[in-house]
Design a protein around this ligand. Structure first.
Ligand code: CP
Ligand code: NVA
Length: 303
């Protein structure tokens, strides 16, 4: 069997993604019931972080421990990578020591170079371009609260960033309608729009956040300036019409969910009344990172 990398939702089949989500639900239920299994006993995951993280770092670490495995935490600057050893050589060396590599890095090309040169599975823990693990947790969370996501409508308002890119891919893979409202100049990359449309994604773009969230089953947003994207920063007055507040949520379905990958910038992209209010499932999303990623690890490692 060829090495199973989890680089993007577009590089993993719809069937395999569904297998992982189903597995995540079972793993969560078993953990809550107090059952413990150790399918990854003796396995080691190397985690490379070129950017800060709370959820990704802790959920992968705890997830590996719950599966009986271990982790090694590495930061790019403390490795020889930070002294210009190549990603390719790093991939070849780490593949001799560990069973899988998770990386959070800057350019997507670094992730792909690691993947091309590793002989063990590589998992994308976020790049400037995408954040597929987040979407696995988000779809799991949606379905936990509202049942199958297929045919439902999700609305995004805010910046056209890495999380939106993975949401665009998810819309095709999981067959939901996606409405997107971003300000002019903050559009998502065309390649993700094209890929989604070519794979059946039902997308609707508008400049109006009210129009995007109209009849939505779920409203999603994220920070206005992503890590390492400060050069793309726009004035708050550009984004403020895209803030998710009670007035905007009132345009969505009465029982619409509110999602945010966190960390949130309260008072910017979302108000306290929404993120702490009855629509919000942000902490379920954060929790489900743990279970969704255990399913990703088990899929990658054949456990
Ligand atoms: N949502 C998310 O990936 O959070 P961290 O940056 O804390 O890992
Ligand atoms: N778009 C955000 C997500 C953080 C989890 C960023 O890249 O900073």
């Amino acid at each position: 069997m060829s090495v199973r990398h989890f680089t993007d939702l577009s590089t993993v089949s719809e069937g395999d993604l569904r297998v992982m989500l189903d597995d995540a639900v079972v793993r969560k239920a078993r953990l809550k019931a107090g059952e413990r299994t150790r399918p990854l006993e003796g396995k080691v995951l190397a985690m490379i972080f070129d950017k800060p993280s709370t959820r990704t770092r802790v959920s992968f670490d705890v997830g590996m421990r719950q599966l009986g495995g271990e982790t090694i935490m590495l930061t790019g600057t403390e490795m020889q990578l930070g002294r210009s050893e190549t990603i390719a050589d790093t991939a070849k060396v780490l593949s001799r020591y560990v069973d899988a590599i998770m990386i959070r890095t800057t350019s997507h090309e670094r992730l792909l170079e690691l993947t091309e040169n590793a002989t063990v599975p590589v998992i994308n823990g976020l790049t400037d371009d995408t954040h597929p693990c987040q979407l696995m947790a988000d779809i799991m969370t949606f379905e936990e609260h509202r049942g199958p996501v297929a045919g439902k409508t999700i609305a995004w308002t805010g910046d056209g960033n890495n999380v939106l890119h993975s949401l665009l891919e998810a819309s095709a893979r999981f067959r939901f309608n996606l409405n997107v409202a971003v300000p002019e100049g903050s559009e998502p990359a065309q390649k993700h729009i094209d890929w989604s449309k070519a794979h059946g994604g039902k997308l609707h773009f508008t400049r109006s956040p009210e129009e995007a969230v109209e009849q939505a089953d779920c409203v999603v947003t994220d920070c206005w300036v992503s890590m390492g994207q400060e050069h793309r920063a726009r004035g708050h007055n550009v984004f403020s019409p895209y803030q998710v507040n009670a007035k905007l949520m009132a345009h969505a379905k009465p029982d619409a969910l509110f999602m945010h990958c966190l960390p949130a910038h309260r008072g910017e992209e979302v108000t306290d009344e929404v993120i702490d209010g009855p629509h919000s499932v942000v902490f379920d999303e954060a929790e489900n990172r743990l279970h969704a990623q255990k399913a990703v690890l088990a899929w990658c490692l054949g456990a």
